[in-house]
Design a protein around this ligand. Structure first.
Ligand SMILES: [Zn+2]
Length: 80
């Protein structure tokens, strides 16, 4: 039996900023903070309550942006 840390679920949601992507969150009952995540396409930063910081594996690109633009928020280049 593993009596270590138990992650009590989590949820996922979709974002659409031109690109569409799915974000999987981890949740614990007691401890959820606002954590930042970035759009994999444009690099836009948003926050969501989660128990652990978002990592690349939590972000799943569904559809690349279709607006034909290649600019990025704040001029930041996000390399993945
Ligand atoms: Zn985006």
């Amino acid at each position: 039996m593993n009596h270590g840390f138990t992650i009590s679920g989590g949820d996922s949601f979709e974002e659409n900023c031109g690109a569409k992507f799915k974000v999987n969150t981890t949740k614990q009952k007691a401890h959820n903070d606002r954590e930042e995540y970035n759009c994999p396409e444009c690099g836009k930063t948003s926050t969501r309550r989660a128990s652990l910081p978002f990592r690349d594996r939590n972000i799943n690109l569904i559809l690349p942006r279709t607006d034909g633009r290649t600019d990025r928020y704040n001029g930041e280049i996000l390399l993945i």
